[in-house]
Design a protein around this ligand. Structure first.
Ligand code: AMP
Ligand code: MG
Length: 340
């Protein structure tokens, strides 16, 4: 099957091992890889990140593929300056104040996506919000030179320990990457603190490299420490990104009145009666399918069909995360989630 071969080729950088370059020598090589939609492991002050162009769905799909993450959770988009940040998201006054106090640094702000934000929906997992952070050091220099935001989750396989040295990245992902930028051990060694400004105060969504008290002082507002299960658990997010239409994954036929989310070159029975059709990837490429998933679900939802029938997608490579997302969209919305 076409997608088997493609997924396997894509999933590894066959037989080769990543180059490791020191930060002083790595900028041009890293830029060249990012410009063609590739991914690079880079040091940040928190942990090593697996970075790709946050405006390019194929690049973001490669990040999930390299991490072998069995589901899509939203990623943090990294910016170089406030001008870039304001092109991507709407800032409220408290968030702007926090950015002024802590950027560059290990603080991530969850903000409303700006209309026409160039952030790809695979970065936000289809949410109307985006998590933004401005890193310092090499990552900062790289984003400024690239001129576009970088999505960069931690540079480790899903379920493995977070990498804080280039050697740790190489041991885990070395055969799936072209380039690892070596900036030595990361100074903070912890993920960023994620916060969201709300009407009643600033909510901590994930504790991390900046202490909650420091945030409270800088923001001059109350910190909402009590965990809202809903926002913290990606499960609540799941109901946010579920489409209004019912989703029927692994469909063997299209029923009257249904829209069709297709995959691959061949159509299931009754496809001609679909009220709207989008094909995740006509050539059966899982990376392309991943990049299209959220926007195509949203587009079929807008067709007004009560149900979206989805053709079978093989559960290998990125297919696992695609099927996970489809199953969540299909499931009753109970607000629980396995998390990451
Ligand atoms: P990381 O793996 O360090 O990139 O962290 C990503 C974390 O940010 C995940 O735990 C997400 O749940 C969280 N996150 C990213 N985007 C959003 C968002 N729009 N709303 C809420 N949380 C988010
Ligand atoms: Mg991680």
């Amino acid at each position: 099957m076409l997608w088997n071969a493609a997924a396997r080729r894509a999933a590894r950088n066959e037989g080769s091992v990543a180059d490791i370059l020191k930060t002083d020598d790595a900028l041009d090589a890293a830029l060249a890889i990012l410009a063609r939609g590739g991914i690079v492991a880079v040091p940040t002050e928190t942990v090593y990140g697996l970075a790709g162009d946050a405006t390019n769905g194929a690049a973001v799909a490669r990040i999930f593929e390299a991490k072998r993450r069995p589901h899509f959770n939203p990623l943090i988009a990294h910016v170089a300056d406030m001008a870039m940040a304001e092109r991507l998201a709407e800032f409220d006054p408290v968030s702007r104040q926090l950015a002024a106090a802590f950027w560059p640094g290990p603080l991530t702000l969850v903000l409303r996506l700006k209309a026409n934000s160039p952030i790809h929906p695979l970065v936000t997992a289809g949410l109307p919000t985006v998590a933004l952070r401005m890193p310092g050091g090499f990552a900062h220099e790289l984003i400024a030179a690239f001129g576009r935001p970088l999505a960069a989750p931690s540079a480790n396989s899903s379920g493995r320990i977070t990498a804080t040295t280039a050697e740790a990245v190489a041991a885990d992902l070395g055969d799936r990457l072209e380039l690892i930028v070596d900036g030595g051990a990361t100074p903070v060694g912890l993920e960023s603190t994620i916060v969201k400004a709300e009407a009643s105060g600033v909510r901590v969504l994930r504790p991390g490299g900046i202490a909650a008290d420091a945030i409270e002082t800088a923001a001059g507002v109350r910190l909402l420490r009590e965990a809202t299960h809903g926002i913290q658990a990606p499960g609540m997010l799941a109901s946010h990104y579920a489409p209004g239409a019912a989703v029927r994954p692994n469909a063997q036929d299209v029923r009257e009145g249904e829209a069709l989310l297709a995959f691959g070159p061949e159509r299931i029975e009754g496809a001609a009666r679909a009220v709207a059709v989008m094909n995740l990837s006509a050539r059966g490429d899982l990376r392309e399918a991943a990049a299209h998933l959220f926007s195509y679900l949203a587009e079929l939802d807008r067709s007004g069909a009560a149900t979206i029938a989805v053709e079978p997608v093989p559960s290998e490579g990125l297919g696992e995360a695609i099927n996970d997302r489809l199953a969540r969209a299909a499931a009753p919305r109970d607000g629980t989630d396995a998390g990451d």
